[in-house]
Design a protein around this ligand. Structure first.
Ligand SMILES: *Cc1c(COP(=O)(O)O)cnc(C)c1O
Length: 394
């Protein structure tokens, strides 16, 4: 029995169950592969962010093992005390070079990179102008900064400019911030227009490229490269946890901004740095992006194949233009039911409802990877068609 002071938690959970929104964790048994075992069932896996299949790449595993042998399993301290290893510096140099920027710093995750950077760079006198669908880690960073937060409707450049026009000249700095690829919609930010606005209104321009790194641009260099906007975005955040296949986040900017984050980035100052194996894995992954450009090409080839398949079947895939393709359902309970029945039929696509997406815009989200075969994707399409017809979604 729960203690009286925690009973409200149990009743909140009970409400979720009654609304059909209660979610059990799926347990992955074995490696994160295009066909994987979850909860004792073999399924075509359309739920990972493992875009390039790097979580299990032999070269990366080898480099992680070598790093463990040579440097041990942990770093033993935060970066600013005794936890900066040669491997961390090498990784940051590699990232800066890859992204064509002056400097980069690695944080423990993409989440801490966003939250930590916004909090460090922006203060209570400032204004943040943010796309309404920006990631939770940006939202938390904005709240931690105590700045005034102004949200513009998703990708609405005109509305964004209207907000900028209305900001009093007596206000402090302005931060214009957007995801590069939106994680629930799979659409791409109107970065060229936002960069114009940032220039016109004197904003710091920041982008969160978690779902674009390793996906968009030459060899997966991201949204800035995709649009040819090098030098015009002040701060780029990326993750090492999705296409890169391991764990971590990074911030790219000028040398001064990066050194300032050494002094004011709270996750950097107060949370232990990556184990050497993780840094070595990520370093190997960036090398691989240049050595094996066919990985990104295959990802896009699979994306086109699967997306066209969904659309031919008559599914509503929203505004997606990347490997993230939502299948819009509307009702959250129905989306979760679709996801559950697909799983029983051998396809794992996560159901997503409120509060992750707005009420009434529930969906299942599919993500293809470079390592899926056409046969697997074709089978996933057949299963989707059958289950959706049964539930009268199609
Ligand atoms: C996943 C994600 C993050 C967080 O990255 P982690 O490395 O998993 O912490 C940040 N922003 C966006 C848009 C994401 O999708």
């Amino acid at each position: 029995m729960p203690k009286a002071q925690l009973e409200y938690i149990s009743s909140e959970l009970q409400k979720l169950r009654e609304q059909g929104l209660y979610q059990k964790l799926r347990i992955l048994q074995g490696e994160q592969l295009p066909v994987a075992h979850f909860d004792g069932r073999e399924v075509i896996n359309l739920s990972s962010n493992n875009y390039l299949g790097l979580t299990t790449h032999p070269k990366l595993k080898q480099r992680a093992l070598e790093a463990i042998e040579k440097f041990g399993v942990g770093s033993g301290a935060v970066r600013t005390i005794a936890g900066t290893m040669t491997l961390h510096m090498q990784l940051e140099e590699k990232i800066a070079q890859f992204k064509n920027v002056e400097a980069a710093v690695v944080f423990q995750s993409g989440f801490t990179a966003n939250a930590g950077a916004v909090q460090a760079l922006i203060g209570p006198e400032d204004v943040i102008i943010s796309d309404e669908l920006n990631h939770a880690s940006i939202i938390d960073g904005c709240r931690l900064s105590k700045a005034e937060i102004k949200r513009f409707p998703h990708k609405d450049v005109e509305a964004c400019e209207k907000i900028l026009k209305g900001i009093s000249p007596h206000k402090g700095r302005k931060l214009l911030i957007t995801d590069g690829v939106f994680s629930m919609e799979g659409d791409i930010a109107p970065l060229p227009q936002l960069v114009e606005l940032a220039g016109k209104y004197g904003c710091i321009m920041m982008i969160d490229d978690a779902h674009a790194s390793g996906v968009l641009g030459r060899n997966g260099r991201g949204t800035v490269d995709h649009f040819g906007l090098h030098g015009r975005v002040d701060i780029q955040v990326g993750t090492l946890s999705k296409a890169i296949g391991a764990l971590g986040g990074y911030i790219c900017s000028s040398r001064d901004v990066i050194e300032f984050l050494y002094h004011r980035g709270r996750p950097f100052l107060f949370s232990t740095s990556h184990p050497p194996s993780v840094a070595a894995t990520c370093l190997a992954a960036f090398e691989l992006l240049d050595e094996e450009p066919q990985l990104v090409e295959k990802l896009w080839e699979n994306t086109r194949f699967f997306k066209e398949g969904l659309q031919k079947l008559g599914f509503n895939t929203g505004a997606s233009e990347t490997p993230i393709t939502p299948v819009m359902v509307g009702d959250a309970a129905l989306a979760h039911q679709l996801s559950r029945e697909l799983f029983q039929a051998g396809v794992f696509a996560q159901g997503i409802g409120y509060p992750t997406v707005p009420s009434g815009r529930a969906r299942i989200r599919t993500i293809v990877t470079a390592t899926h075969t056409h046969a697997q994707l074709a089978r996933a399409l057949e299963t989707l068609e059958a289950v959706a017809k049964k539930l009268r979604i199609l």
